[in-house]
Design a binder for this molecule. Structure first.
Ligand code: SF4
Ligand code: SF4
Length: 299
């Protein structure tokens, strides 16, 4: 059994309580237009092209036995229909202009990797499993959770909540705190911007809460998409009725990831949206606080 991971981030202070090592699973059922990690969405490996590093030596083209590499408008172009992700081009590129995103791990191997920094976790910190959506690789996730639990390490699970309820609840014995995303309370708008409706996400959150698990809500604040009065009020109202919410973490939108979309040849459709002002962030924070919620900015 192997799991596909696209990144491991160490010394993180924004992925749950304390100092943490965060492992990012690849694959997500949502396609949020503001996704800060577009490389998380596909469930397979993929190749990122760093054009600024490319010296046009065409080594990649010469080593590709599938003839999947060409040149188009001064850029290397990979034909995704013929590429089998063998990785020959990425390993032979002399400047690392081609990067393979995604690496398979055995559960034990990944456990050992993420525990390398456990001496720094302290009392509150630990491991955060994020994505993508970790529950998409359910069997692998459960195996990893069991191994980490044996090590008595604190575990946070960052989830979209868009998953089978039984699967989500079966993680309860292992997870110390859930980082749970709410993106929009209106299901139609939710679908427009993420690709899926929100009913499953909200009902799963109620189920988790009913089971007494610690939960931090993650709310990405995106101007003109979910920052209107009505949506903030509905979100705050909904969350305030739950019993085990530790905090609401407002994650202000930014577009620093736009370059990643270009490198993956994915369209970035929110070019017209800027980041929220400090004043707006503070205002939204106060709105949540009026419902008795503890609010953090930035996770
Ligand atoms: S091998 Fe690397 S540097 Fe050379 S052309 Fe291909 S991508 Fe560019
Ligand atoms: S991953 Fe393999 S098949 Fe795909 S472009 Fe590179 S060398 Fe060709």
């Amino acid at each position: 059994m192997k799991g596909l991971v696209f990144d491991i981030k160490r010394y993180s202070i924004h992925d749950g309580p304390g100092l943490r090592t965060t492992v990012f699973f690849k694959g997500c059922p949502l396609k949020c237009l503001w996704c800060h990690n577009p490389e998380s969405q596909k469930s397979t490996k993929e190749i990122m092209y760093h054009a600024e590093e490319c010296i046009f030596c065409l080594t990649c083209k010469s080593v590709c036995t599938k003839s999947a590499i060409g040149v188009e408008k001064d850029r290397i172009k990979i034909d995704l229909k013929t590429c089998d992700l063998c990785g020959e081009c990425t390993t032979n590129c002399p400047t690392n202009a081609l990067e393979m995103v995604g690496k398979f791990y055995e559960p034990e191997e990944l456990k050992d990797e993420v525990l390398k920094d456990r001496d720094f976790f302290g009392n509150d910190g630990g491991i955060t499993i994020s994505g993508g959506e970790p529950l998409m690789q359910f069997d692998f996730l459960m195996k990893l959770l069991a191994l980490l639990k044996e090590e008595q390490v604190n575990i946070a699970l960052d989830t979209t909540g868009f998953t089978d309820t039984d699967k989500l609840l079966s993680t309860l014995p292992y997870v110390d705190i859930y980082l749970y995303d709410i993106k929009h309370m209106d299901s139609k708008i939710h679908k427009k911007y993420t690709g899926v409706e929100n009913d499953k996400i909200l009902s799963n959150l109620i189920e988790l809460d009913r089971n007494g698990s610690r939960i931090s809500i993650r709310f990405p604040l995106i101007p003109s998409i979910n920052d209107d009065e009505e949506n903030i009020k509905k979100t705050a109202e909904f969350v305030s009725k739950l019993n085990n919410i530790e905090s609401v973490d407002i994650l202000p939108y930014h577009s620093m990831m736009e370059d990643k979309y270009r490198k993956l040849e994915k369209p970035f459709l929110l070019k017209h949206i800027g980041k929220p002002t400090k004043k707006r962030i503070e205002y939204v924070k106060k709105q949540f606080e009026q419902f008795g919620l503890k609010v953090n900015i930035g996770g």
